[in-house]
Design a protein. Structure first.
Length: 134
C-alpha cells in the first residue's frame, strides 16, 4: 500500500467520514460514490459523531492474521445515531456485559501491527458510553 493511500484511509478511519446524499438525505458509511438508496451521484462527505448502540454482536475466538493479540474479542454491528451500521471491535468491556442496545461511542485504538516494517494501523473501535455521560 502506498503511503498516500495509507494516510487517506487513515483519515477516514479516524474520523468516521461517510457520505450524505443531497437528493434523498440518506447518510451512509463507509464513503461511496453513488447513493445506495436513490442512486444519486450527488453525495458529499459527512462526518459521523461516532455514537450509537450495539445492534448485534459476536465473540471472535479465531482471529484473522494480525488480530491474534485481541482474542477473544467482541465484533459488533453498531448502529450510529445517524442511522448507518458499522462493523467494529468493542473495547474496554467485559464480553459478558455486551448486550443489544448498549450505548457505545467511538474511540481510536491500535487495530493491528504489520510485520517487518512495523507499520501500525490505527482505527476506530467502540466502547461502552460511560453512565452519566449522556
Ligand atoms: Zn440518495
Amino acid at each position: 500500500m502506498s503511503l498516500a493511500k495509507h494516510w487517506r484511509l487513515q483519515r477516514q478511519r479516524y474520523r468516521l467520514i461517510g457520505v450524505e446524499c443531497e437528493d434523498c438525505g440518506g447518510r451512509f458509511f463507509p464513503h461511496r460514490q453513488i447513493c445506495p438508496q436513490c442512486k444519486s451521484t450527488r453525495v458529499g462527505p459527512y462526518q459521523f459523531e461516532g455514537e450509537g448502540k450495539v445492534y448485534s454482536h459476536t465473540v471472535i475466538y479465531d482471529a484473522p492474521a494480525g488480530y491474534e493479540q485481541f482474542v477473544p474479542y467482541v465484533a459488533a454491528l453498531v448502529q450510529l445515531d445517524e442511522g448507518p451500521l458499522v462493523t467494529a471491535q468493542l473495547t474496554d468491556v467485559d464480553i459478558s456485559d455486551v448486550c443489544i442496545g448498549m450505548p457505545v461511542e467511538m474511540v481510536t485504538r491500535r487495530l493491528r501491527q504489520y510485520g517487518e516494517d512495523g507499520l501500525i494501523v490505527y482505527g476506530y473501535k467502540f466502547r461502552p458510553k460511560l453512565k452519566g455521560d449522556h
